[in-house]
Design a protein around this ligand. Structure first.
Ligand SMILES: *[C@@H]1O[C@H](CO)[C@@H](O)[C@H](O)[C@H]1NC(C)=O
Length: 393
């Protein structure tokens, strides 16, 4: 936050040299024999950066509102879909400026100062704030801890999150970056991509590839540890999936020496969600308790459904065929009691008093499926915080 604040401040500073104040714009030729030139390029850069600043701020708003609407509820910001074409040059200037400023700040060399890797915090968040996901909780912690504690890595860590919407995939991704980076999702070492938002038009795929490539390279150059999140991974264009392959492949250790950068890739999708739900329903009806469900129960059906999905390139991509994804993480469908806990957290998160009756009443507002058993919330814990507003005095 502090860093960004500094950036905005810088954008407001006049970039003109003291001797030529007020002169800009008076010459059209830009060539004056007896005076220093009024820095037309600096002036242009300044204007560009101003615009970039405004655009980027808007971009962040759009970005975070799309990801976590609960943070934008009271802002009422209309969120028009925005392709990458418009703010592209703007963000480029801003990225350049960020990299430039970082060279002058000790703390930022390599972006290390912003990497917090608080595994205790991650563990406690997963245990206390994530409900009903004993498998995801355990797998994510084990995978990330293992990766970060390995002294020398030879490849990226790739995790693929699967499950219905509202089961906590985004929530866990956010917990992860909040504990691994001081600035969380706003960190320069974290990039999040949403295909329908960042890569909306298949005909521009070449441009998207170039931009994605550039962002990944710059991030890895800047940070010893970067995280790339691909939400809606099932909608990623085959061309973009292909682009990711070299980033996930094993590197020869010599290539980078002792300081090989670490990268964590998260793919979030609803692929395999139905398979997970079916298996879980079957096991629960068979008398197993939820916590007795293991990854072994889910592994085969989940992978089978991912691979056979026809309307997504993810399942048939080389990422899967070549086993470039390290872990498939199942998110189980949430039951009434979990939704109730989410409601409670929403009240607590807003410092609001609640009653047991209110928790029940709100949890009952969700739709439960299937028709017969009415066991799983069809929206998981999604948009709970909007619902509690209805109960405020
Ligand atoms: C790690 O996270 C825990 C729990 O959120 C917090 O209490 C602790 O202060 C954090 N540690 C560091 C070094 O930030």
């Amino acid at each position: 936050m502090l860093f960004r604040g500094t950036l905005w401040l810088l954008l407001l500073l006049p970039l003109r040299p003291p001797g030529v104040q007020g002169r800009h714009g008076t010459t059209s030729s830009g060539q004056e024999a007896d005076e220093p030139t009024p820095w037309p390029s600096v002036q242009r850069l300044q204007e560009q950066l101003r615009t970039a600043g405004a655009l980027s701020k808007r971009y962040w708003t759009l970005f975070s509102c799309t990801l976590w609407p609960e943070h934008c509820e009271d802002q009422e910001t209309p969120v028009p879909p925005l392709g990458w074409s418009l703010p592209l040059w703007g963000r480029r200037s801003l990225d350049k400026l960020t990299a430039w400023i970082c060279r002058f700040q000790d703390c930022c060399s390599g972006g290390d100062c912003r990497i917090s890797n608080n595994l205790t915090g991650l563990e406690s968040d997963l245990r206390l704030r994530l409900h009903g996901q004993h498998l995801a909780s355990e797998l994510v912690l084990r995978a990330v801890k293992g990766y970060l504690e390995t002294p020398q890595v030879s490849q990226a860590l790739a995790l693929s999150f699967h499950g219905w919407s509202g089961t906590g995939k985004n929530f866990v991704a956010r917990m992860l970056v909040e504990n691994l980076y001081r600035d969380g999702v706003r960190s320069d070492c974290v990039k999040m991509f949403i295909p329908t938002f960042h890569f909306p038009h298949p005909k521009y795929v070449d441009m998207y590839k170039e931009e994605l490539q550039r962002q990944m390279q710059e991030t890895q150059w800047r940070c010893h540890q970067s995280t790339f999140i691909f939400d809606e991974a099932e909608k990623l264009h085959p061309g973009l999936l292909e682009l990711l392959e070299p980033y996930l492949e094993r590197r020869s250790p010599e290539a980078h020496g002792a300081e090989a950068p670490r990268a964590i890739f998260l793919f979030l999708s609803n692929l395999g969600g139905s398979a997970i739900n079916e298996v879980v329903l079957g096991l629960l009806k068979g008398g197993l308790s939820r916590e007795e469900i293991t990854t072994q129960h889910l592994e085969m059906p989940l992978q089978a459904e991912i691979i056979k999905s026809v309307d997504s390139s993810f399942g048939s991509s080389r990422l899967l065929k070549e086993h470039l994804v390290d872990f498939f993480i199942p998110f189980l469908p949430l039951e009434y009691r979990h939704v109730r806990l989410c409601v409670r957290d929403a009240f607590l998160g807003q410092d609001l008093p609640y009653t047991e009756e209110a928790l029940d009443e709100i949890a009952k507002m969700m739709t439960y499926v299937p028709e017969e058993e009415r066991l799983f919330s069809s929206q998981g814990c999604k948009s709970i915080s909007q619902r509690i507003n209805l109960f405020l005095p």
